[in-house]
Design a protein around this ligand. Structure first.
Ligand code: C5P
Length: 231
């Protein structure tokens, strides 16, 4: 289940920025990239088609959350774009997640966000009126995600063990908040190195600024990939 390529978060404001970033890599080097809301809303579906045309794999991180029928139709559109992986909010419920899968089809990976890592336990209690521990809420959403037939969740690397214990070892844990030893943490609070993420069982790591803001992005990417794959 483990993906050997770190997923690069293309957190750029425009199509042109993405083009110049990707142009630094040799054409035969096929990447796995994450396209999030900012870039997708700025550049539109064309950005996905462009990146796919270059032969890269795409995780479209749009976190859908709506009534099942709407999510199903939206997922059908995303499947036609050829995305390799996309996601929903588990809070949308099991029926919504099942509808998302129906719309997307069986080919692409479909994962869910449980609790956003920006949500504290206190906020979860007061804003969502969920009165369990944060870890229990995350595990609960992960079980519901598995029950709906999805492939896994986005989570903090620190939650991987609990999530796999609540679901199965095959359940995908995709973990952002990854920083190579000695690099700037930025606004991330709880980070983990690629090798530690591997050791605790992450299946995919997402890395943004340590690659996109590096002086030499290709070299930074390769170093992180080597640390992640242990090669
Ligand atoms: O630049 P950096 O490596 O911090 O980027 C991480 C990426 O993963 C960003 O696109 C960020 O929005 C996303 N992300 C995250 N933490 C989460 C969920 C998503 O950093 N819990």
């Amino acid at each position: 289940m483990r993906e050997n390529r770190p997923v690069i978060a293309l957190d750029f404001p425009s199509f042109d920025d993405v083009k110049s970033f990707l142009a630094q890599f040799p054409t035969e080097e096929k990447l796995y990239v994450k396209i999030g809301m900012e870039l997708y809303y700025a550049a539109g579906p064309e950005i996905v088609r462009y990146v796919k045309m270059l032969g890269h794999s795409v995780f479209l991180d749009l976190k859908l959350h709506d009534i099942p029928n709407t999510v199903k139709s939206a997922m059908k559109v995303l499947s036609e774009l050829g995305v390799d992986m996309t996601n929903v909010h588990a809070a949308g419920g099991v029926d919504m997640m099942k509808a998302a899968r129906e719309g997307l089809g069986q080919g692409p990976k479909l994962i869910a966000v449980t609790q956003l890592t920006s949500t504290s336990e206190e906020q979860m209690h007061s804003d969502q009126n969920i009165q369990t521990s944060l870890t229990e809420s995350v595990a609960h959403y992960a079980r519901k995600t598995a029950e709906a037939g999805l492939d896994g969740v986005v989570c903090s690397a620190h939650e991987v063990e609990a999530i796999k214990a609540a679901t199965s070892q095959d359940f995908i844990c995709l973990t952002p908040g990854i920083r190579p030893a000695g690099s700037a943490i930025g606004d991330q609070k709880r980070v983990m190195t690629p090798s530690d993420a591997r050791a605790i069982g992450s299946d995919y790591i997402v890395v943004g600024r340590p690659v996109t803001q590096a002086q030499d992005p290709v070299e930074a990417y390769r170093a992180i990939k080597a640390e992640w794959t242990g090669l």
